[in-house]
Ligand binder design. Sequence first.
Ligand code: ADP
Ligand code: MG
Length: 273
Amino acid sequence: TATTLTPSFDLQQVATRTPASIGRVEITDVSKAYGANQVLRDVSLTVEPGQVVALIGPSGSGKSTLLRTINHLETVDRGSITVDGRYIGYERKGDVLHELREAEILRRRTQVGLVFQNFNLFPHLTAIENVIEAPIALRRQSRAEARSLAEALLARVGLADKAGHYPRQLSGGQQQRVAIARALALSPKVLLFDEPTSALDPELVGEVLDVIRGLARDGTTLIIVTHEIGFAREVADRVVFLDHGEILEQGPPGQVLHRPRHPRTRDFLAKVL
Ligand code: ADP
Ligand code: MG
């Protein structure tokens, strides 16, 4: 009931609920090569606000590269990517794209959170210090403000009691949940997950998937690279199969995972299922 709500619960709502109308990702005809290696080929993908997309495909097919281009951690050779109609690395003036200054790119990049396979926590900082670092540095939040937000976010991922622990004192699943709290601390419009459970012992996978499930339910736009096919089926609105840098097939999980049209999708699923 309302009388049991604590301030941190309200803050948690603010911190973890993304308004339903934001977080639209539009990828149009994106190509990218590393030298002679053509890694992305005319990739087009639109993700509507609140949608959950599972990106699957063989190792080396370009999944991580695609995520990194959304965040403008990698530039593209051709094509464009916008989040809610804006570029992260550029500004359009008439027909010409102008590259933005580094500070502005960093600011815009915070709209897109990225969670990595290997957590990438700062080892010398406690869980809560990991979470407050970016809001203080990039949002100029006060330490007190950032701490109460971080406490709410750690509670959200089930780690209220681990705020003072260093990464080495946490299990892989707990570290990954801290990494998710850290990504949420900048209130991103979109969250990208790159094989978030691949580095975890099997018994720790579930706790991380539970947190991602919660984010999906709350209406956060999610793009998740995963080999957890069962999870993709359950949580994704759409499954996208990438092979050799090309989207070969996409559609509802029931179709792509159970009645794949492309032989390469069938081959891939036969190997991972
Ligand atoms: P996936 O995540 O699907 O396994 P990646 O996006 O990591 O695939 O890699 C796609 C291809 O791009 C691979 O051939 C990989 O070796 C190459 N690649 C990825 N990152 C770089 C990089 N920074 N420099 C050169 N080649 C890269
Ligand atoms: Mg990868």
